[in-house]
Design a protein around this ligand. Structure first.
Ligand SMILES: Cc1cc2nc3c(=O)[nH]c(=O)nc-3n(C[C@H](O)[C@H](O)[C@H](O)COP(=O)(O)OP(=O)(O)OC[C@H]3O[C@@H](n4cnc5c(N)ncnc54)[C@H](O)[C@@H]3O)c2cc1C
Length: 400
């Protein structure tokens, strides 16, 4: 196990840090630092800046525009961009669909879709979950049946929790193409659906914190050309599992934890709590736990620098990382105290705030804390809920 970065890795870290400092638009940085909602345009702006530098698709092979980084470089990139106040790379096209198309897509699919993903021209929705199929994804019921001439599928069903669907013009979906298959995991296919097709209806879901990032997607007699099938018919479960492996990359969220711990320390100072021994002990404890989490992640990364974190360790990192972040958001809320009660301050300061120049009164800075804390409840659910991760850990440990 190697606990220090090599001079080359340290130089890479400095390069990323300097790039973020120089190129991240200040208005976007401030929104991230204040825990405000980002618009679609904010993400697209930042993604295009990254793409111009060749850094938008770290998980893609070099021949498809990836930078060819080691897993440790990817870790450093995630950490430095988040610490520098940049938005997370959230687009499902970049992190999920891209690797699937590269591995299993036809040459035509790669030529048609990959350039638009990299240029942030097309955003993709992930149509996996359904009202009766979340953790138990194999019980999905959306059907896609081939018309008699075999040229189109007709899709009927209901997807749910579809992130950013209103920003997306395309959706990749798992659909049941053989309802008679013997096992639930069989007879599922991986289909690319144009969201503008007749019969597609998107209904935003109002979330705990007031946002509408999540959606329901209704599919009613939607015709999809056969050439939108990825890989082989009825083999979609395997492609879906491959994709979910990519969803879990960087799942510990160490950069986000560091970002929120720094926010908590700075806010404590501004709220006059620098001398509060109990709070300072709690923040120090977060620092220790975060260091332990980071060491675990680095230990796994340095173990042969393999390209993907193994399943059970990824589960461990996910559980600890998300628990830490949720606890940090709760602590932030307490640091804000009465100032974090949601009221009209957010709206008032948003009206008055011109992006960067105006100093914010602390009370306004606290106005996002309650929404951020409520929003953080999702962390232990998506990407495979923490209860399900614990099952995986238990199975691996007890079976060993
Ligand atoms: C913010 C957010 C974004 C999302 N984005 C997308 C998206 O873009 N596309 C998409 O397809 N899906 C998306 N999802 C859905 C996500 O994948 C599911 O929420 C997740 O798989 C859990 O499924 P469920 O919500 O149906 O809960 P369920 O599976 O019904 O689980 C309910 C509860 O039971 C527990 N539980 C379930 N099974 C077990 C078990 N075997 N042992 C112990 N406990 C268990 C779970 O941990 C959970 O607490 C998103 C979810 C969230 C929160």
């Amino acid at each position: 196990m190697r606990l220090a970065y090599t001079p080359e890795e340290e130089a890479f870290r400095q390069e990323v840090r300097a790039f973020v400092r120089e190129h991240l638009p200040p208005g976007i940085r401030r929104k991230v630092e204040l825990g405000m909602r980002l618009e679609h345009a904010d993400y697209v702006t930042w993604f295009r800046i990254l793409e111009a530098r060749g850094w938008l698709t770290p998980g893609w092979p070099v021949e498809h525009g990836g930078p060819g980084w080691t897993p440790l470089q990817r870790h450093l990139f995630d950490e430095e961009t988040l610490l520098g106040g940049a938005p997370r790379i959230i687009a499902s096209g970049i992190q999920m669909l891209g690797p699937v198309l590269i591995a299993y897509g036809t040459p035509e699919q790669k030529a048609k879709y990959l350039p638009d993903i990299r240029a942030s021209r097309t955003w993709w929705a992930q149509g996996f979950s359904e009202p009766g199929a979340g953790s138990d994804l194999a019980s999905l019921r959306t059907t896609a049946l081939l018309e008699p001439d075999g040229r189109h599928f007709v899709v009927n069903g209901h997807k749910v929790w579809t992130s950013y669907a209103t920003w997306c013009s395309m959706m990749f979906a798992l659909v049941r193409t053989d309802p008679q298959a013997a096992k639930p995991q069989e007879g599922i296919s991986f289909l690319l659906i144009d969201m503008a097709s007749p019969g597609v209806t998107v209904r935003p879901i109002r979330m705990l914190e007031g946002g509408t990032d999540l959606n329901e997607v209704y599919l009613d007699q939607v015709r999809v050309p056969r050439e939108n099938l990825v890989g082989e018919l009825h083999q979609g479960w395997g492609y879906g599992k491959f994709l979910l492996g990519h969803e879990r990359t960087g799942i510990a969220g160490i950069g986000s934890c560091k970002q929120q711990l720094a926010r908590a320390r700075a806010l404590a100072e501004r709220q006059g709590l620098a001398g509060d021994a109990l709070l300072q002990a709690r923040l120090a404890q977060f620092g220790i736990e975060l260091m332990a989490l980071e060491m675990t992640a680095l230990r796994l990364l340095s173990r042969g620098q393999r390209s993907r974190t193994p399943e059970v360790e990824a589960s461990m990192l996910k559980v600890r990382g998300t628990e830490l972040r949720q606890a940090l958001y709760e602590t932030l809320l307490e640091i804000g105290g009465p100032d974090s009660l949601p009221f009209s301050a957010e709206a008032q300061f948003l009206e008055a705030w011109d992006g960067d120049a105006l100093p914010l009164p602390t009370v306004a800075e606290c106005a996002t804390l309650a929404a951020n804390c409520l929003d953080s409840r999702k962390l232990s659910t998506y990407g495979g809920s923490n209860e399900v991760q614990r099952n995986l850990i238990a199975r691996a440990v007890l079976a060993a």
